[in-house]
Design a protein around this ligand. Structure first.
Ligand code: ATP
Length: 364
């Protein structure tokens, strides 16, 4: 018995000494994800992923950004070995997804879009169940369960059935169950879709904690702000292909310039005229001009220097400018520059449930 314990203690110590108490089955220098020429075509001929090359470094907080139907979930399913690639090479934690799918699965956590928790079980029982499913040794289950309940701030509701939890709490519990085997890499597939800003902010905090423990995070999201806040590096996927890749700041710099938002007094006709004038404005080379709800928005290298000249030109054309602002580009502007469209979150996010709408009060 004492021997068992010392073996268990030594193992625990070894675990804790590994980066941030994360089990590492591969050298820490190996990339977490290596994708070379990945293609995935569904049976009906839909080329959902069409030639993706991507490397995600060990410990990175990586974001896969794209609108509905861009191919994010399909790519994650390949990485999680739920779909087999049509073409290309994919290694996850050093293991080939085709040749070593079991090793890949043992080395990853996967939080799917739909939560996989059992509403009949309490928060604690859900985590214990996941421990069993992932083969966490019996001797470690108590500590692991307590640690994960604490990580996602659900200790106070550990003995409450999860059916009464808010959407945000369910998502947090789901994230905890994906981590029971201490995977060095976790996939989070649109984890905050449909959550109110408060619940989303709390989840962000847990994801940061998970990453701070040394876990590589691969996050897919439609929320540009989420990607901006959390990710060290991003790839933008569109129609199955990566169209941009870099840190949020690098991507913003690629927009090249600043954004001039102009508010106009009059309606649609005035906006259309302003778009036309700004589009032909000599001082703005390669500008992106679009009508907004209240006026127009111009993204251009010289937006800061020549912005006032445009305001004068609009006034000379008989338009009334009621406000203006020059700002650095956001990821939203990056998206517009890349795709020609803004991300329409309202139509993609589905219903938004507030934490307050749920039956179980947060006590932590
Ligand atoms: N089982 C399937 N059979 C055929 N086509 C599919 C299947 N699943 C997804 N698709 C198609 O593949 C493309 C990529 O879908 P995917 O779900 O990977 O995108 P996504 O970026 O994750 O979008 P979402 O935000 O909607 O999850 C879409 O055109 C989608 O309609």
């Amino acid at each position: 018995m004492s021997n068992d314990r010392s073996v268990a203690d030594a193992e625990t110590q070894r675990e804790q000494s590994r980066q941030g108490a994360v089990d590492r089955t591969t050298p820490t220098t190996a990339p977490s994800i290596e994708i070379d020429g990945l293609e995935l075509t569904y049976g009906d001929g839909t080329a959902a992923v069409d030639g993706v090359d991507l490397t995600v470094a060990d410990g990175e907080f990586f974001g896969f950004l794209g609108p509905n139907g861009a191919g994010k979930t399909t790519a994650i399913k390949v990485l999680a070995t739920l779909l087999s690639p049509t073409a290309g090479e994919v290694r996850v934690n050093g293991f080939d997804v085709r040749a070593e799918p079991r090793k890949v699965r043992e080395s990853i956590g996967y939080m799917a879009q739909e939560t996989s928790i059992d509403p009949e079980l309490t928060a604690e029982e859900n985590i214990r169940f996941a421990c069993e499913a992932y083969g966490v040794p019996r001797s470690k289950r108590d500590d692991r369960t307590a640690e994960l309940l604490d990580l996602v701030d659900l200790t106070a509701v550990a003995d409450k059935r999860s059916e009464g939890f808010s959407s945000g709490m369910k998502k947090r519990l789901d994230a905890a169950t994906a981590l029971v085997h201490r995977p060095p890499l976790v996939f989070l597939d649109e984890p905050t879709t449909g959550l109110d800003p408060n619940a989303r902010n709390r989840l962000w905090e847990y994801f940061r904690r998970i990453n701070a423990r040394g876990t590589t995070v691969f996050l897919t999201t439609q929320y540009l702000e989420e990607a901006d806040q959390l990710c060290e590096r991003l790839a933008v996927i569109l129609d199955g292909g990566i169209v941009a890749d870099g840190s949020p700041d690098e991507l913003k710099r690629q927009v090249g310039g600043d954004v001039l938002d102009i508010e106009l007094q009059d309606g649609e006709d005035a906006r259309a005229r302003a778009v036309e004038i700004a589009g032909k404005f000599d001082a703005f080379e390669d500008a992106i001009v679009e009508g907004t709800e209240t006026g127009i928005s111009v993204t251009a290298k010289t937006a800061r220097e020549s912005g006032t000249d445009l305001l004068v030109a609009l006034r000379d054309a008989g338009l009334t400018v009621t406000g203006f602002n020059v700002r650095a580009p956001t990821l939203d502007d990056v998206f517009l520059a890349i795709t020609g469209e803004r991300v329409d979150i309202e139509s993609t996010a589905g219903g938004v449930e507030t934490e307050a709408a749920a039956g179980t009060e947060e006590t932590s």
